[in-house]
Design a protein around this ligand. Structure first.
Ligand code: ATP
Ligand code: MG
Length: 629
């Protein structure tokens, strides 16, 4: 199952294409199944139907917990670093995690949660979040984790969409210097929800909360009165494991459904291989468990691999911008997986925050979430990885369940800004607008997949038609990713941004990510976002929103300088026509730029900006509107 050399990768890849069923059966055999599957794969992309390991029976928590106990029961499964560095970090062994999951699973059962019920989890990044997720999986309840920063309205929408009958939350949350109410927000959400019977409240901040008799229960009280033995519910491989709403950077969030067997196999296989995880390594993913990255690569992938996964409650800039490096030093982190948005933000604080921290424990780095621009790639590699850590730029989506295109750390030759090569089992194709496959190298177009992999989305909750329409109808017979990409002369893939965001300037197709990459290389630029707007002559003009380190003294000159840099790096064709200096960009709570808002502003269409409920800070939109050119 573990690939150790580039030759082994090539062999595995070839085998996975020639005999996908044989390949994945061999991988799946490494896991613990109650009953073996009868059929490895059946699929029909036209109907958006995919089934893996049909007839197989398992419980993912037996793979994430029980099967490790004999060997590594005392090894930390989780290291928890609290928001405040003065507070004590907590280490939770596999034995203890198993015990806590079983107890909490019994609490859920006691309050009527059954296999197939939906449970909404709205918690900060505390160990209880992992416990709650696994407790649901233990009894076959479908978890729907909602990121702890969402508003009451967003929670209500998600609870109602999935008709959850239970909510698990906390009194409050610590995030940097702030104390954020959680239960209060849930209470407001529940005014609009009929389905919820119980709310379990974990104590974190001991903020006063209203507890409704008959509905609300304290976590700490409940776990005292239950047994620590809880048999795992036998689950069919294709029973749903969870629902997770996408981050919504291109539209209304979709309730992506993943199932027990295929998702487990794919998350664990990709974790072990991409990060080349070795026993006892400390692995730190900075994402929130509320996003797919946290599901697959904080919880399920690492735990199914028997890894030690670090969970961080706070933010990278609290108490100051050296926090991540403090954590790396303190816990001797070996693998660090983070996002370009975090890297760019920390870069802007300067190297003083990095210096003086011993980062020598680091062996492997990873990036996810957006195309990583070249400057950030080098900064991360050089200043954090001391130029001797491989950096895996991992491309994937909520819908793919796990990493799809990425280097295997230290094995695949890297190229800055390239996600490089597909993992075994992944068959990418590049198509033109008419859906015709563009073969060969040195080409670009829209990224699709022509064959299923075990982690592929099964449906969008309650609306299979939407799943079909969104992913399987644009190019019949293929899964459409919504992303544009290029494949260079070596067959390496580079994601160029969303297809909707590909610009067409005087007939030249240019990815937003390429232009942003170039702008970000310019001295004094912190971050940028680029969109197209209607241009009388060129068809589309390039509108750039730029955050500068400090307010430019001569804005006009600075604009021209930026254009000169873009012109030098990509070519004069990619020079921005308009550059607006902004103090912030409209980002989703997962850190992605919502370009559709910027597109509307660039067109002067300020009225209806669509669903902005997943925005981190709606106030930046007003600022940008005011300064629009
Ligand atoms: P929605 O589907 O609702 O618009 P979303 O696509 O932002 O939300 P996610 O599933 O979190 O939700 O994001 C997946 C997308 O993130 C990918 O389609 C791609 O555009 C981008 N992405 C993720 N990782 C990378 C990467 N390493 N390089 C380039 N792009 C990436
Ligand atoms: Mg998406």
């Amino acid at each position: 199952m573990r690939i150790k050399t580039f030759e082994a990768y090539q062999i595995a890849y070839r085998q996975s294409v020639e005999d996908p069923e044989g390949f994945w059966a061999e991988v799946a055999q490494q896991f613990q199944w109650r009953k073996p599957w009868k059929k490895v794969l059946s699929w029909n992309f036209n109907e958006a139907n995919v089934k893996w390991f049909e007839g197989g029976v398992l419980n993912i928590t037996e793979n994430a917990l029980d099967r490790h106990l004999a060997q590594i029961g005392n090894q930390p499964a989780i290291i928890w670093e609290p928001n405040d560095p003065e507070d004590k970090a907590v280490s939770i062994s596999y034995n203890v995690l198993h015990d806590r999951v079983c107890r909490f699973a019994n609490v859920l059962k006691k309050h009527g949660v059954k296999k197939g019920d939906r449970v909404c989890i709205y918690l900060p990044m505390v160990p209880e979040l992992t416990v709650a997720v696994l407790a649901c999986a233990r009894i076959g309840a479908i978890h729907s984790v909602v990121f702890g920063g969402f508003s009451a309205k967003s929670i209500a929408d998600r609870i109602n969409d999935a008709e959850c009958n239970m909510v698990i939350t906390s009194d409050g949350a610590y995030r940097g210097s702030k104390v954020i109410p959680m239960k209060e927000t849930v209470d407001a959400a529940l005014d609009q929800c009929r389905s919820v019977k119980h709310v379990i409240v974990m104590t974190r901040t001991r903020t006063p909360v209203s507890m409704l008799k008959g509905r609300d229960l304290w976590w700490e009280e409940e776990v005292k009165h239950v047994d620590s033995v809880c048999a795992a519910e036998p689950m069919d491989a294709e029973d749903p494991l969870f629902i997770l709403y996408t981050s919504g950077s291109t539209g209304k969030p979709k309730g992506v459904v993943h199932t027990c067997g295929g998702y487990m196999v794919y998350a664990a296989y990709t974790f072990a291989n991409v990060f080349q995880y070795e026993p006892e390594e400390v692995y730190f993913c900075t994402a929130d468990i509320g996003w797919i990255t946290g599901h697959s690569y904080i919880v399920y992938g690492p735990l199914c691999t028997g890894a030690t996964s670090l969970i961080f409650e706070g933010v990278p800039t609290y108490p100051d911008a050296s926090r991540l490096w403090q954590i790396v030093e303190k816990h001797q982190v070996n693998i660090l997986y983070t996002a370009p948005t975090a890297i760019r933000s920390l870069m802007s604080f300067g190297l003083d925050y990095v210096k003086g921290h011993d980062l020598s424990s680091l062996k492997k780095l990873g990036s996810v979430g957006e195309p990583i621009n070249e400057e950030a790639w080098h900064w991360f590699k050089t200043n954090i990885g001391s130029d001797n850590c491989p950096l895996a730029d991992t491309w994937w989506q909520t819908e793919t369940g796990g990493i799809m295109i990425s280097p295997l750390a230290g094995i695949t030759h890297e190229k800055p800004t390239f996600a490089t090569l597909p993992l075994p089992g992944i068959q990418p194709v590049i198509v033109d607008e008419n859906g015709k496959e563009i073969e060969g190298n040195g080409v670009s177009g829209n990224l699709c997949m022509k064959f299923p992999w075990p982690g592929i989305i099964r449906t969008t909750y309650g609306d299979h038609e939407r799943c079909k329409q969104t992913y399987f109808s644009t190019y019949p017979g293929m899964y459409f990713t919504g992303d544009g990409c290029l494949r260079d002369e070596d067959g390496y893939y580079r994601i160029t941004g969303r297809v909707d965001d590909v610009l067409n300037v005087s007939g030249h197709r240019i990815g937003t990510a390429e232009v942003e990459n170039a702008i970000n290389m310019h001295l004094g630029v912190v971050e940028s976002a680029v969109v197209g707007y209607t241009h009388d002559i060129k068809g589309q003009g390039i509108y750039a929103y730029v955050i500068a380190e400090s307010e430019p003294e001569d804005a006009e000159m600075f604009r021209k300088d930026i254009a000169a840099t873009v012109s030098r790096i990509i070519g004069p064709i990619a020079k921005p026509d308009k550059v607006q200096f902004v103090t912030g960009l409209p980002k989703t709570r997962s850190g992605k730029i919502m370009r559709r808002i910027l597109r509307k502003i660039s067109e002067g269409d300020m009225g209806n900006l669509g669903d902005i409920s997943t925005l981190l800070d709606p106030a930046v939109v007003e600022d940008i509107k005011r300064g629009a050119l």
